[in-house]
Ligand binder design. Sequence first.
Ligand SMILES: CC(C)(COP(=O)(O)OP(=O)(O)OC[C@H]1O[C@@H](n2cnc3c(N)ncnc32)[C@H](O)[C@@H]1OP(=O)(O)O)[C@@H](O)C(=O)NCCC(=O)NCCS
Length: 221
Amino acid sequence: MVHKNAVLNADPSPAQMTKISIIGAGGHAKVAIDVAVAANGSDAIEGVYDEDAKMCGRTFCGHVVQPARGIPPNALAFAAVGDNGARKGVVDRRPHLVWATLAHPSAVVAKSAQIGPGALICAGCVVQPGAVVAAHCVLNTKSSLDHDSTLADFVHLGPGCTVCGHVKVGEGAFVGAGSVVKDRVHVEAWCVVGCGAAVVEDVGAGSVVAGVPARLLRPRV
Ligand SMILES: CC(C)(COP(=O)(O)OP(=O)(O)OC[C@H]1O[C@@H](n2cnc3c(N)ncnc32)[C@H](O)[C@@H]1OP(=O)(O)O)[C@@H](O)C(=O)NCCC(=O)NCCS
């Protein structure tokens, strides 16, 4: 499901919370909270929750971490987990929740770009016209997605990565920091592209590739 330029769910029902319940209390959550506060103000966060009992009770970014079972049923939630598979698990276990979309004010998102629920667009990112960012994607710090390119659900573009035009990236793929994906290339589902790679040809599903030009390292386990 894709919302057109939804920076936050714009039209919540009366019962729907408007503050954001963050799920996750690690480094990625720290960034997500910073983006939420930069975009929506210092009281943007309803609470921080974690599925790991060991994390609960700690103070994290000014919030006491609560058990995930305490997430309000009408929460406007955000899955703040960097690993794509783990993030998908957090989302799949909560089909009833409404998911916020977060974009840092310094990100440049073209009017014709589409950004899905649960996506995180970090500081300094650029999303160009006709690009599609599906649900629960991460565009990490200063990454860019060029015109007419499509990210399927749960993709993560690492910091500083450059995805050129007409690229397709399949569900759950991770594109490493500082890598470049050549125009019109297809990176299939659940691939991992190593940091600093130059991806100049299609990458088969579930492959780990790295280098310049990128070559197969191994299948993803
Ligand atoms: C590609 C990657 C997943 C491989 O991890 P791995 O399977 O554990 O691989 P290893 O570290 O065992 O290295 C295996 C070989 O690949 C090489 N290699 C690893 N990563 C590489 C990379 N990014 N570019 C080029 N070569 C790389 C290693 O030097 C090693 O070579 P050798 O066999 O000649 O000694 C990982 O190195 C990587 O780049 N991850 C992305 C990190 C990132 O972008 N983080 C951002 C977080 S937001």
